[in-house]
Design a protein around this ligand. Structure first.
Ligand code: XBP
Ligand code: MG
Length: 246
């Protein structure tokens, strides 16, 4: 039996229900760039199948805008010349998102703060493996966990360090490497099918806490599917981890 050494947390949808705020920030960026794009929640739920904000916008352009049948009847706009500068657009989106997060309205998901504190107390090592942009993590966690939040996490991997986005396992491989641990010594906590696939792709047993944007995802292969970590204690994590090793 390999003892549990570390917990690796996803960010968006896992530490907090952030996708609604990401959606608002995308739409703010489109408006300020003068782009006739507006994403509603049902479309965004589908677009979330593509990890990464820039990748999601490029996917939208290719599959929802440039497709000729996507045009409204009589719409004579020559869509072929819509080539947004995705880097610039994503920078506007990230500013809009971080402003929302720094305003502090959004709470961490139930049980997250308690499990982080209990894990630290129990000597479990903590890491973050996310697809999102680095500045988004600070904007989310600084107002909620304090200015020294990053000291709680030994390793923080994000879009800047792992450009191949989930479901590619790169971000988890790199997290394991920097922790110096085997996949079997860790548990991952995720909210989405892409996240589950990425963690499983690196061989890590994964606990899923779905949210309204991901509840319909296929979570086959998950170690546990829980509504949240609210009722989870460290002993549960050790037990489930031991089960995974059997
Ligand atoms: C989820 C994502 C992110 C966010 C948007 O990240 O796919 O891309 O939706 O953030 P996580 P960016 O792995 O934490 O669930 O616009 O910064 O990409
Ligand atoms: Mg997520």
């Amino acid at each position: 039996m390999v003892p549990l050494q570390a917990l690796i947390f996803d960010v968006d949808g896992t530490l907090a229900d952030t996708e609604g705020a990401h959606l608002a920030a995308f739409n703010q960026a489109f408006a300020s760039a003068g782009l006739p794009w507006r994403w509603d929640e049902s479309l965004y739920v589908r677009l979330l199948d593509v990890s990464g904000g820039k990748e999601r916008m490029a996917h939208y352009l290719a599959h929802h805008v440039l497709r000729s049948d996507a045009k409204a009847p009589g719409d004579i706009t020559d869509i072929t010349d819509i080539k947004p500068d995705f880097d610039a657009l994503h920078a506007i989106k990230t500013t809009a998102y971080t402003q929302q997060m720094r305003a502090g309205a959004l709470a961490l998901r139930p049980g997250i703060e308690a499990i982080l504190a209990a894990a630290h107390q129990a000597g479990l090592r903590l890491a973050i493996a996310t697809t999102t942009t680095e500045s988004n993590i600070d904007a989310l966690l600084r107002p909620r966990l304090g200015p020294d939040w990053s000291q709680r996490f030994e390793v923080i991997e994000h879009a800047g360090t792992a450009p191949r986005k989930k479901p590619d396992p790169q971000v988890y491989h790199q997290t394991l490497q920097r922790l110096g641990l085997a996949a079997t010594e860790c548990l991952a906590i995720e909210d989405s099918a892409n996240g589950l696939q990425a963690a499983r792709g690196a061989g890590i047993a994964t606990i899923i806490t779905p949210n309204p944007f991901t509840a319909h995802h296929n979570f086959e292969g998950a170690l546990r599917i829980l509504p949240s970590l609210q009722d989870t204690v460290i002993a549960d994590l050790h037990r489930w981890h031991a089960d995974a090793g059997r």
